[in-house]
Design a protein around this ligand. Structure first.
Ligand SMILES: [Zn+2]
Length: 506
């Protein structure tokens, strides 16, 4: 009897949590949007977390846990599980938010003194990518690393607190907490990626050496991580990727698939020039699906197209999500799903057929090789990150992980890394795995689209109907479930490897 009452109470509580979840997400997204779009100078999330702290309280976690015990393994079970994940991970985030704020503030304010000039810490990567003089580039990188050491003094206790919190909550370690809450077998994924590293090693080494010789008159074993972005700058291809074609070519692509962009008044494209607007495109789903913002400061160049098409994929996914879904399916769930749709569009401006049709690039062979090599480098980087993070999150972190970071990344990428980046180069809660799963799923989704609608699937009016149905689910289904609805047994990396081998050789 008592148990039953508890169950009913828990379900009532749950309804309230769900309503607040939507309001919390809306306020948080509005705050991010205002800052990154350059409308507002500061970024203050602490009061929002404060206002909604009950969503991440021990009681909220308990309510979700109890509900999971009482609900049947059907629809209710699904969204209750998402809510439990949100509350528990939010509880950890909330517990370390002072460290997080401190790190963000430090990053916003820190400056590097370089050859008598003060450079904001966050601007250093941009400067590195644009510094053609190797000696100067390496000195700038060294100057940055000296500052990173200070940042580590904030990041280390932050990560240690997160690790402590996970054991306090009754999990074996942080890794176990993420595995159990997100329902992803990271160990198995790490094995798949270890195998991927072996399978693509030769093609990676050969092609990277070719690129580095060509661009920097150097080789893989000689260069540092700070030399890679400039090697992939690809300015010789920029003439095709004009600033004024960016938004237009995206809308034309959707129309080509039979998706009328005029029917999407809920998606606002903000392309206005503002002085403090971030140069990186982003998508802010303020209220799904009614208020989704796609922000861009068009500069031109191939990277711009990748970034805008990526965020466009997110925007149309959230903007097409069924409005009748519970909040959990609109805002929570498996982020590999939305990243998959983002990647599907992300890689269109590197597809020879698309390039010819929309940007008039007749001979795209060289650019395709360049773009696929860039993708392979990123896949190997994220594979290495995952392998490192499996060790990072096994025990309470200490400085000895710095060397593990360096050797793991160097093993996968073959160029030099600094051990000082062992904390800065990590996203919370294994987000690296979300990207890896999305890369894998996107390879399968694209193969399925080619099979169903032809090689030029993006020009087939039927594609829109198929894809908008997948979008309408929001994040109700995980990538593992969704891949089954398009005819596969499970996530499978083979299509990704086949594409790499087809373009770059074996
Ligand atoms: Zn994304």
């Amino acid at each position: 009897m008592r148990r039953e009452i508890n169950g009913i109470m828990a379900v009532l509580e749950l309804g309230r949590l769900r309503g607040d979840l939507e309001a919390f997400q809306g306020e948080l997204m509005q705050e991010f949007y205002s800052n990154y779009a350059g409308i507002k100078d500061d970024l203050i999330t602490a009061p929002i977390y404060e206002r909604y702290s009950h969503l991440f309280s021990v009681e909220a976690i308990e309510v979700a846990r109890q509900s999971l015990e009482t609900v049947k393994p059907d629809e209710d079970f699904r969204w209750t599980r998402y809510l439990r994940t949100f509350s528990t991970l939010g509880h950890v985030e909330n517990a370390i938010k002072d460290h997080t704020d401190k790190a963000n503030t430090w990053e916003t304010r820190a400056e590097i003194v370089f050859d008598g000039e003060n450079i904001p810490y966050r601007m250093v990567p941009v400067r590195l990518r644009n510094e053609p003089d190797t000696e100067r580039r390496h000195r700038l990188y060294e100057a940055k690393l000296a500052e990173t050491e200070r940042l580590n003094e904030i990041l280390l206790p932050r990560m240690q607190s997160a690790h402590d919190k996970s054991t306090e909550l009754g999990f074996k370690n942080y890794r176990d907490m993420c595995t159990s809450l997100k329902g992803v077998n990271y160990r198995k994924l790490a094995e798949v990626m270890e195998d991927f590293l072996k399978r693509t090693e030769k093609v990676y080494v050969d092609n990277m050496n070719g690129l580095l010789q060509d661009k920097l008159h150097s080789s893989l074993s000689e260069v540092w991580s700070c030399d890679i972005p400039i090697a992939f700058k690809g300015e010789e291809h920029d003439e095709y990727f004009r600033k004024d074609r960016l938004i237009e070519s995206f809308s034309e692509t959707l129309r080509g698939m039979g998706i009328d962009t005029r029917g999407y008044e809920n998606i606002h494209i903000d392309a206005e020039e503002r002085e403090k607007k971030t140069p990186r495109a982003f998508c802010a789903p303020v209220r799904v699906p009614d208020d989704v913002r796609l922000v861009i400061l068009p500069m031109g160049g191939w990277k711009d197209y990748e970034a805008f098409f990526h965020e466009g994929g997110h925007a149309w996914h959230f903007g097409t999500t069924d409005k009748n879904h519970p909040a959990e399916y609109k805002y929570l769930g498996d982020n590999s799903v939305t990243e998959t749709f983002a990647f599907l569009f992300n890689y269109l401006p590197t597809d020879g057929r698309w390039l010819k049709r929309y940007l008039g690039m007749e001979d795209s062979k060289e650019f395709e090789r360049f773009a696929v090599l860039n993708k392979l480098m990123f896949l190997r980087r994220y594979a290495s990150k995952l392998i490192y993070e499996m060790k990072l999150h096994e025990n309470r972190v200490g400085t000895e992980l710095a060397e593990v970071y360096m050797t793991t990344l160097q093993k996968g990428l073959k160029f030099k890394h600094s051990e000082k980046n062992f904390l800065e180069d990590v996203d919370d809660a294994f987000y690296c795995a979300e990207y890896l799963r999305a890369w894998i799923f996107e390879g399968q989704l694209r193969s399925a689209l080619e099979e169903k609608f032809g090689e030029n699937w993006f020009e087939n009016q039927k594609t829109g109907e198929f894809i908008t149905e997948l979008w309408s689910y929001g994040q109700k289904f995980s990538a593992d479930e969704l891949v089954q609805t398009i005819g596969y047994v499970e996530l499978d990396i083979d299509p990704v490897v086949e594409e790499i081998e087809m373009v770059l050789g074996k």
